[in-house]
Design a binder for this molecule. Sequence first.
Ligand SMILES: Nc1nc2c(c(=O)[nH]1)N[C@H]1C(S)=C(S)[C@@H](COP(=O)(O)OP(=O)(O)OC[C@H]3O[C@@H](n4cnc5c(=O)[nH]c(N)nc54)[C@H](O)[C@@H]3O)O[C@H]1N2
Ligand SMILES: Nc1nc2c(c(=O)[nH]1)N[C@H]1C(S)=C(S)[C@@H](COP(=O)(O)OP(=O)(O)OC[C@H]3O[C@@H](n4cnc5c(=O)[nH]c(N)nc54)[C@H](O)[C@@H]3O)O[C@H]1N2
Ligand code: SF4
Ligand SMILES: [Mo]
Length: 729
Amino acid sequence: MPKTVTICKGCHQICPLIIDEEEGRPTKVYGKKDDPLFHGYSCIKGREVVSYHEHPSRLLKTLGRGADGELAPTPVDAAIDAIAARLKAIIAEHGPRSVAVYSGTAANNKLEINHFAKAFLASIGSKMYFNSTTIDQPGKFVGLALHGSWNGGEVGIEEQQVKLMVGMNPTVSVTALGSNAARNLHQFKRRGGCLIIIDPRRSEAAEHADFYLQCKPGEDPTILAGLIRCILTEGLWDKEFVTRHAVGLDGLRRAVEPFTPEYVAKRAGIDAEMLPAVARAYTSTRMGNAACGTGPNMSPRGTLTEYLIRSLNTLAGQWLRAGDVVPNPGVLIQGGPWIESTDGPVANALDTGEKLRVGSLTSTVAGMPTGALADEIVTPGEGQVRALIVAGGNPMQAWPDQIKALQAMKSLDLLVCIDAHLSGTARVADYVIAPKMSLEMPTSSASRDMLSAWRFPQHGYERPYGLYVDKMRDPPAGSDVIADWEFFYRLARAMGLQLKIPSLSITDPVRAATTATVVDMETQPSFDDVFEMMFREAPVPFATLMARPGQPAIIDLPPTLVQPTPEGWQGRLDLANATMLADLADVAAEDWEARQSHRRFRLLSRRMHDIHNSDWQEHANLRRRAPYNPAYMNPQDMETLGLAPGQRVEIVSDRASLTGIVQPEAGMRPGCVSMAHGWGGNPDEPSDPEALGANTGLLSFSDRPADRYTGIPLMSSIPIDVRPSLQPG
Ligand SMILES: Nc1nc2c(c(=O)[nH]1)N[C@H]1C(S)=C(S)[C@@H](COP(=O)(O)OP(=O)(O)OC[C@H]3O[C@@H](n4cnc5c(=O)[nH]c(N)nc54)[C@H](O)[C@@H]3O)O[C@H]1N2
Ligand SMILES: Nc1nc2c(c(=O)[nH]1)N[C@H]1C(S)=C(S)[C@@H](COP(=O)(O)OP(=O)(O)OC[C@H]3O[C@@H](n4cnc5c(=O)[nH]c(N)nc54)[C@H](O)[C@@H]3O)O[C@H]1N2
Ligand code: SF4
Ligand SMILES: [Mo]
């Protein structure tokens, strides 16, 4: 029986899967047991990857909006010619800045999509590239840049002995725990690892915790400042490491002074004795890591929270030192140099040069603030965005402030959406380009390799791992589909533009730009040509992986050791960034009791196992356990409000309201309601919470950032009220 190894591109985890075939038909999809890192892991989504390709909801033809206002099939090349003509006219009248691209999560694991999208924008001279990072965890990049990133890298998942996770739930989200999250967590516990979880809901991950802090949401800066204060008052920090590699200890000490255990306990709703106990456990070993997930990044002051997390890593000395083995130096992407040192904070972390016209925001090291894009589109004036291309994303279901998102999509002169399904965004687009799906294209392990090389080993592969897979099948007969990157290529060609593709393997941006491949605009490159361009000068030549398709392997590289700090090295990690500590002073000074008493409940973000954001929702097998996104509440709260499981509720924020379906969850902190995002129809479509779920984006404001630096709107810890719905179910 033929067995084909493929890579699931259903989420960032990109698991290798085996597909059995009989008489040319796939019969079974499952994880690859003998894979050296995944050890057979797969999830229900991956196991439905073939059926999702064949699903009736899949778009097989490009759609264009006709004179009657309806979307109808149109040949893709005709659509591209028409789009090219419209874009040329828009650019001629309003300039290149009026054209923007938004690429979403589906593009993050297919690197060629973002890469060609950026090359296309560069060729027209627009810097308006937005992606989902800045409505996800933008503080992660900015907080690290303000603290200084560590050239030796983080402690890898296989070596960690202590793990502090704030507002993340890898048991469901399979993030930041290496390739097989469940196995890695099990092994971590078996070797005596200490797991500390801070989350208002006793999450699936919290079930494994040694210390679980069921905090009030939105108080993570308070808790982390309290932890730092305990570490400093009890003398628990790594004195040798901090003296050698960090500055600002005294400034930090002064800034955290107000955050006594008693104050933090009262404000964040935790037990005062827990803080010193957690501080001791966390600093007990340098082989550890502290990390934040989406919860705190979508709550107030995500950048400050991430900055404090990095300061905790530094105080505990949890960075690799000279002589330590780098878990994965990068296979396709040049990592390093791996040196016991930091280059120090990034000077332009908060402003990388592109100004937005709304909300005094700028681009940061996390990218352009996507939370503000809807306002950039609806606000008239010079530089207004008038044309948007969406690739692998779904603004209508995923952007915060769904009402504004719809207003923005409808006010564009041109909206092009590349999507395999008729998403809410596709439904309001002028053109919907039907793309090839993952099994119809060759692909590789590059997206996670990049994270390892970028010194995020727990998000990347835990060891040097490489896999290339060829396309497994052709698109269905009669379809007219193209790869996402081909769309950008053909569009550039139709507009008479020249694309230049820098190598992703070269991490020095100046050298990557100066050595970029000038793409042949006459003869369309093949997929393999594209990989050749994208991974030129890869540490392990791409051809090496291509030579053994379907065979994942740990690449036999000589161990990379972290090098000693060179004599006279100047860079230092900054524990007292003035902007961040001023923010912390604001936290200490704010009237938190008034803030907390505004509306009775807080809406928390969360993820669901069988669904990925708004993707996979069309599939009946995946909807079996997840027919909609419930509004989970503490059973006691439900009783107080007189709510029965399955009952419709009205959830009201300062912005808008939604109708959801309540379900009990015993581990929920009273006063909290937890719902997954990405569900529901568009605001101008009939609501049907049982059949479609409800869209939590309705409850956010796009123009009131929760974090003033990255512009991410409030997407968790949203003040809400809950009441029985008057709409019958
Ligand atoms: N309220 C609230 N809002 C949130 C969040 C939250 O927790 N709460 N989470 C935020 C986060 S973390 C993220 S990452 C964003 C996600 O934001 P987006 O990335 O914009 O949204 P997705 O739902 O992931 O959209 C992916 C789309 O890509 C399509 N697709 C799948 N494969 C392909 C492909 O190969 N090519 C193309 N062209 N399309 C494809 C799918 O059909 C789907 O429509 O949402 C954010 N929004
Ligand atoms: N199955 C599945 N996997 C996914 C996804 C999916 O949709 N489905 N989405 C993918 C994406 S795009 C991303 S970005 C990652 C995200 O991965 P994670 O960051 O792990 O996201 P969640 O699983 O939502 O966990 C967030 C946790 O934060 C908690 N939380 C909410 N607000 C607060 C707060 O103010 N403070 C604290 N301390 N905690 C809070 C929530 O209760 C929740 O348990 O997951 C990815 N993986
Ligand atoms: S959807 Fe499931 S099988 Fe596919 S990559 Fe993600 S975790 Fe792996
Ligand atoms: Mo995300």
